[in-house]
Design a protein around this ligand. Sequence first.
Ligand SMILES: [Zn+2]
Length: 254
Amino acid sequence: MNEIDDIKARVAQACRVLGALELAKGATGHASARLPGTDRIFVRARGPGELGVRFTTPDQVVEVRPDGRMVTPSERGLESPLEVFIHTSVYKARPEVNGVVHVHPTHVVLFTICNKPLLPLYGAYDPASAKLAISGIPTYPRSILCDTPERGEELARTLGGSNCCMMRGHGITSAGISVEEAAMTAIQLNDLAEVNYKAALLGDPQPIPQDEQDFITGITDKAVAAPPGSAPSGRTGALWRYYQSLTDGDGKAK
Ligand SMILES: [Zn+2]
């Protein structure tokens, strides 16, 4: 498989995982990857020729230019997403980022609607998602589509140097060194919101103490050196293989 086929297959796989976990409903949402060291961007296409996030196949992933236009017009009804500028703007602002995810997970959106923060309610239960709450998650305050370069840049400014941001009444955007990393951050953010939501239903959720937050922040993954943009390895790679196994080639839950 050449590197273009490989990157399209990985973007499609990330979409199928996000669909299977119901972070993306129907046709709304997209993942993308940048070919490291280039301005070549590959994103899930929208339009009459697509099958929805959960059923994304590599041939539904298209290359777009930094201005958001498709490199090769599709003859089968595939179009650049309206919000392609989320992807192009984040890549422009963040040279180290090679993967971006934009989806509309309901639990996270509920918190943006109610202006409630996502609290660090747990620690060792799931350190990766706890760290998101501890470090703080920026929120883009507008519920409009990011369908112009200017709005994409506005969103990228809100994201700043973070690996995810919430979008009021809309969804989330996550960014990572690979499309898999961006997808896993989206999953973690959704998990965090789900626990916050259920805890609020039960009673009076309290953040864990500061010293325990510091402990969780100090946990570092044993990173395995890998080329920029490559699929994750080590423990992160094992976790991604678990998520991959939730879908088969057609994106159906097994
Ligand atoms: Zn959106």
